[in-house]
Design a protein around this ligand. Structure first.
Ligand SMILES: O=C(O)CCC(=O)C(=O)O
Ligand SMILES: [Fe+2]
Length: 258
């Protein structure tokens, strides 16, 4: 999977530009930074966005080059979907919920694969690969190469997530924080760049359907008031993309006071 992504990013710029768009509503696209029209400081990142569900709606829009891209990515996306399902079951069980509870909301609807490419940067201190954010959806499964650059924010500090061979990083995202009424928090993370080596990471986002109403699960309230107000996931996502990436401001904006 890493190799087909590497081959895609190695294609001549003109070929990749055939898929280029800064329109966040375009499902399959090649892009740069987070949002070229909104970012005031550009991020040192190129990315490819490939929705995976339903596969027949999107696979013909995925890059045709390298020639193995579609087949390898299809296989990868199926395996990752099976892993996400197991993780969602385990998360639900760990909270004392019915096994399929979280999977039904965050696991089985939208699946979006996003390979990121961070070129080596001559002045890494002057930029960032990807600004601090939490992911908008439910759960993200990330594969990173050996270069390193992912950092998570914990107890006031940025901590490097060292790449482990053949290991995935699993990040909980904002809808999981809302559904669990803050019992499980979405992780704030960012990607730094370095002067020596380019880096590739491949995110797969699992997220609710656009028309899903997301609110804390009643069984998890334990007599406490909900910490978040209900929102429609499609609206949440639209607002998320309308703003620049800004730490955890999107999920914080749904907090109920008092
Ligand atoms: O490149 C990374 O390690 C992080 C990527 C990421 O956070 C994302 O795609 O949302
Ligand atoms: Fe992320």
């Amino acid at each position: 999977m890493m190799q087909v992504c590497q081959e895609f990013f190695d294609l001549p710029t003109e070929e990749k530009m055939e898929l280029y768009s800064d329109d966040t509503l375009k499902p399959v696209r090649f892009g740069t930074s987070y949002s070229l029209s909104k970012d005031t400081v550009l991020e040192w990142r190129d990315y490819l966005r490939c929705p995976c569900r339903p596969l027949s709606d999107f696979i013909h829009l995925w890059p045709a080059k390298p020639s193995t891209f579609r087949e390898v990515t299809m296989e990868y996306s199926k395996e990752i979907a099976a892993l996400a399902k197991r993780l969602c079951y385990a998360l639900s069980e760990s909270l004392g919920l019915e096994s399929e509870c979280l999977y039904e909301v965050i696991g089985k609807h939208q699946q979006i694969l996003m390979p990121n490419h961070y070129p080596a940067c001559p002045n890494p201190d002057l930029t960032i690969g990807l600004s601090a954010h939490s992911d908008a959806g439910g759960i993200t499964i990330l594969l990173q190469d050996h270069v390193g650059g992912l950092e998570v924010f914990n107890e006031g500090q940025w901590i490097a997530v060292k790449p482990l061979p053949d290991a995935f990083v699993v990040n909980l995202a904002d809808q999981t924080q809302i559904l669990t009424n803050g019992k499980y928090k979405s992780v704030e993370h960012r990607a730094t760049v370095n002067a020596q080596r380019a880096r590739i990471s491949i995110s797969t986002f699992f997220q609710p359907a656009a028309d899903a109403k997301i609110a804390p699960i009643p069984e998890l309230l334990g007599g406490q008031p909900p910490m978040y107000r209900e929102s429609l996931f499609g609206v949440y996502l639209r607002d998320f993309f309308t703003n620049r990436l800004n730490r955890k401001s999107a999920v914080d904006s749904l907090k109920l006071s008092g």
